[in-house]
Design a protein. Sequence first.
Length: 176
Amino acid sequence: MKNNNNRQTVDLVKAVENAGADFIAVHGRKKSTRSSVPVNLEAVKLVKSIASVPIMENGDVFSLADVKRIVDETNVDGVMSARGLQLNPTLFSGHTTTPWGAIEKFFAYTTSYPIAFRNAQQHIADMMEKTVVRKERVDMLRCTNMVELVDWFDVRYDLKRFGEKGFGTRAELARK
């Protein structure tokens, strides 16, 4: 959303508002922009300045400090997160890393609901990114089904099951 696209951006925002949108979520990157390139907060700020509906920013939200910085820089009404929540689903509650209890709860959900194994496995690996070394996560990703994955965890960690004392409450990684 560089200057030559500002007119298109303004026109699009006005068209969306005229169509009756209650709010607009803005991802300050072009479709072709890699996620490694920072979000264009100036473009988000532009949208906020011309919109009459609430504006939500989406992109580069990995901590509450990011939330504050983005709101301060753009004056948006709220923020959204995708990759940040993939890595830490407790991000908005102020945790800087995924608490062990959240991983236990996710395990319980994956065995109670129809979640594809590889999706669940990758999400668990992502949640453990800041607490487990890469080599160990790669080893975990070699599991080929949920039974292997649970066994892998049971050998290395104190993985509580739903109903067990302490289930879903611990903050720190529970190694055996």
